[in-house]
Design a binder for this molecule. Structure first.
Ligand code: ASP
Ligand code: MG
Length: 472
């Protein structure tokens, strides 16, 4: 008997038909004698609509959030009615759904009256999506004879109070899962747990960040010592590149934790970037599989990296970024300039996606998302106002129509060959590389190019990755 943690994403629970598919997948393993911890997302689109409703509440649009509440009520009721039979269990679940929606309206009313929306209130609002979907799915499981029970993850996952992107407190979380969840499984019950949410030590609702249900899945898998974490989604696995850019994109049969971490960080939408963290130490294998193509094996993700000097596994792109350059002759040998620039960037609320410095020390550049880039530029100019006045530092330059391309493959570790091939390819296609950086785990190279060259560059580099599919 094995223990699996299975996480189902928004589209996998997005309709009654999809939910029925989820039930079938879980039931298959439960009937075969395995234990399954099920972690679910909100139904597709629900989290976005909750965020929208909260904003409407804050701006006094009462009709707006009331209409969201009715849409949510209909959608969950309809799913419940399609997936369960008339009777006590359905009625009880329906009452829970209605009570949650009433709570949601109450929180919106409070936001409406206060006219203010704090990150803490936003977390309370978005938690409703998973709390609703999980109850419907648990009832659907029971209707098919799977003994199951719904749980809010806030019972288990303890976090700090960094609302909207809370960090789990591992010791408490692990002991909650071991002491309160594992016994449930031993009783033969299949727990259906909300992804995405947690709770502070004081009992305040938090969320782990957008797309955070993957991370929740990994937390449950690690704390329960699951044999495997399966991320069920709507694509066949981790792909060599975005199939909308190059339709030759293929599913990779195997990638390492490091590789998938880089892929997720640099734009592959398939996994939340933090997903691998909890399972790294215990080396729990993870699989990305397609709920709508369940016989396909998907992509296996594990600890072993299989270096090969020729292997580029995947190419990803991050759009909507800006490249900031700090330069000036007066920077040479002056310590602390980069430190101050990065601290200022953090204070402006921007994440740095990539950093690169030329060895001459006369300049360094870094990449942030577009929506923050002008703010960061202004903040850095402010920080260095004296240096700029003394001409030790030039005006800060911001380049906006650029993208980051990342080539991933553990074969890059210590093998200059790959970087060479990558840059030859760019040269052969006359694509100017604006900046270059190597990923910390040494299994990726990122570079900045003009946005207009994006598709050409991805297709050219993807040629190299396609060769790799044959090798792995
Ligand atoms: N429902 C949340 C979101 O859309 C969490 C998740 O689906 O992973 O961000
Ligand atoms: Mg999602």
């Amino acid at each position: 008997m094995k223990l699996f943690t299975m996480k189902f994403g928004g589209t996998s629970v997005g309709s009654p038909e999809a939910m029925a598919q989820v039930v079938e997948i879980v039931k298959g393993d439960v009937d075969a004698g395995h234990g399954v911890i099920v972690v679910v997302s909100a139904m597709s689109g629900v989290t976005d609509s909750l965020i929208d409703a909260a904003r409407k509440a804050a701006s006094g649009n009462k009709w707006g959030y009331l209409s969201t509440a009715e849409t949510l009520r209909e959608r969950h009721t309809e799913a419940l009615e399609q997936l369960t039979d008339e009777g006590e269990d359905r009625d009880r679940t329906l009452a829970q759904v209605n009570a949650l929606i009433d709570d949601f309206v109450n929180v919106c009313n409070a936001i409406n009256i206060l006219g203010e929306l704090t990150p803490r209130m936003m977390d309370a609002i978005v938690s409703f999506g998973e709390r609703l979907s999980s109850r419907v799915i648990a009832a659907a499981m029971r209707a098919q004879g799977v003994q199951s029970r719904q749980y809010d993850a806030s019972q288990f996952i303890v976090t700090d109070d960094h609302y909207q992107s809370a960090n789990p407190l591992w010791a408490d979380t692990e002991s909650n899962i071991r002491n309160h969840l594992l016994p449930v499984l031993e009783e033969g019950i299949t727990p259906i747990i909300t992804g995405f949410i947690g709770q502070t030590q004081d009992g305040v609702m938090t969320t782990l960040g957008r797309g955070g249900s993957d991370y929740s899945g990994a937390i449950f898998a690690a704390a329960s010592d699951s044999d495997e974490l399966i991320i069920w989604t709507d694509v066949d696995g981790v792909m060599t590149t975005d199939p909308r850019i190059d339709k030759r994109a293929r599913v990779l049969p195997y990638v390492s934790y490091n590789e998938v971490g880089e892929l997720a960080f640099y734009g592959a939408k398939v996994l939340h970037p933090k997903t691998v963290q909890p399972i790294l130490d215990k080396k729990i294998p993870m699989r990305v599989r397609n709920t709508f193509n369940p016989t396909f094996e998907g992509t296996l993700i594990g600890p072993a990296s299989t270096p090969s000097a020729t292997v580029i596994k995947a190419v990803t792109a991050v759009r909507n970024v800006g490249l900031l350059t700090v330069s000036g002759r007066g920077m040479i040998g002056v310590p602390g300039i980069a430190g101050r620039a990065f601290l200022t960037t953090a204070k402006a609320g921007a994440n740095i996606l990539m950093i690169s410095q030329a060895s001459s020390e006369q300049s360094f550049c870094f990449v942030v998302m577009d929506d923050r880039s002008s703010k960061v530029k202004a903040a850095i100019e402010q920080e260095f106002v004296q240096e700029i006045a003394q001409r030790n530092i030039d005006q800060i330059e911001l380049l906006e129509d650029v993208v980051i391309l990342t080539v991933v493959g553990s074969g890059m570790r210590g093998t200059p060959g790959i970087a060479g091939r990558v840059f030859n390819t760019m040269g052969a296609h006359d694509i100017n590389v604006v900046a270059i950086a190597q990923g910390a785990s040494e299994c990726s190279i990122s570079f900045v190019i003009d946005e207009i060259n994006l598709e050409r560059a991805v297709i050219a580099l993807h040629e190299l990755a396609l060769e790799a599919v044959a090798v792995v």
